[in-house]
Design a protein around this ligand. Structure first.
Ligand code: SAM
Length: 312
């Protein structure tokens, strides 16, 4: 079966490891259960991934976690040990299909259910990935407004790294990313603009892709729970290929339509790109004989904005 020219594929037509970098075309949206679909992708295909999986939010307890998030074909109610094992299996499959030196950004939250706290690190430590960083996503709104605890306004994003051999550290970020910190502040996508119940804001996958992939090389970007297609849109607008997986046919169609209209979302990508820019790096200033000591306030507009971040 020739799959090269189709954008949306169904899992049941695919053979094990049939999806390779060569068969991707511009990218693929694949409808099916994430774990099954991942087995159809060859080893070492993906350069970077980002996702927000279902959180196992137990709708049957009247949405104690995220009351308004109800997916169309998926009920988010597994027994917790089964859910965590499924996430370990999914993350290990993503490890297999990611190139050595590649990264995966996993958005989740600390959940609390009637006295039990479930922390994403509970299962991330059981995967093959090296956990590189825990990023706080300050969403500036509360997901759970019931009064047992202080309002939880944040979610977490885990930067997972696939080492090359036994080198666990990986390469340095470029100096153009030096303005970013371990706290990412930004409200979730406006529900009136995107009918999916839990979409990413476009800046989030864009930030991940810009930070990890060089602009002049073609990369493959994965989102194994693609929903309305936000990650694929970011990948396409930044000149990379995408692989998006979801079990909902309706969300696949939504993502495909969004990809057709992607140029209309370019202004949000440009906004994010503006954050990955410094006027002069430590190295530049040193070579020009400029001040390279501790931060000092300066009116010289060629000076870097936050030198202290670059100097550590
Ligand atoms: C939090 S949403 C992702 C939203 C996405 N980031 C966006 O920007 O629209 C999670 C998605 O996972 C899908 N999903 C849940 N369980 C799945 C499974 N086992 N296999 C494939 N997709 C699944 C749901 O249909 C939903 O669209």
């Amino acid at each position: 079966m020739n799959i090269t020219n189709q954008r949306i594929l169904k899992d049941d037509i695919l053979k094990k490891k049939q999806i390779t970098a060569d068969t991707l075309g511009e990218g693929k949206l694949i409808e099916g259960n994430t774990l099954d679909v991942l087995s159809k992708i060859d080893d070492d295909v993906v350069n970077v991934g980002v996702t927000s999986p279902p959180y196992n939010k137990q709708e049957k307890h009247k949405g104690w976690l995220v009351k308004n998030v109800v997916y169309d074909v998926y009920r988010d109610t597994m027994p917790e040990p089964e859910y965590q094992q499924n996430q370990v299996d999914v993350l290990d499959e993503i490890f297999r299909i990611t190139v050595p030196g590649g990264s995966f950004f996993y958005n989740h939250k600390i959940r609390w259910d009637r006295g039990n706290m479930y922390h994403p690190m509970d299962w991330l430590r059981q995967t093959k990935w090296t956990v590189k960083q825990e990023i706080i996503w300050d969403r500036m709104i509360a997901g759970n407004i019931r009064g047992w605890r202080f309002w939880q306004v944040e979610e977490r994003i885990y930067w997972l790294y696939k080492p090359i051999g036994n080198k666990l550290i990986g390469k340095e970020l470029r100096s153009c990313d030096a303005k970013l910190t371990s706290i990412w502040r930004g409200v979730p996508e406006d529900g009136r603009k995107n009918p999916h119940p839990a979409p990413f804001p476009l800046w989030l996958p864009a930030r991940v892709i810009i930070s990890i992939l060089e602009t002049d090389t073609l990369g493959v970007v994965l989102d194994p729970y693609i929903g309305s297609g936000t990650t694929a849109v970011a990948a396409k607008l930044l000149g990379h290929k995408y692989i998006g997986i979801d079990r909902s046919e309706a969300y696949m169609e939504m993502a495909s339509t969004r990809l057709d209209n992607a140029p209309g979302e370019m202004s949000k990508i440009r906004e994010e790109q503006g954050l990955h820019f410094v006027k002069g790096t430590f190295k530049d200033r040193k070579s020009q004989g400029k001040h390279v000591g501790k931060y000092r306030n300066t009116d010289d507009e060629n000076e870097v904005i936050q030198p202290s971040l670059l100097e550590r």
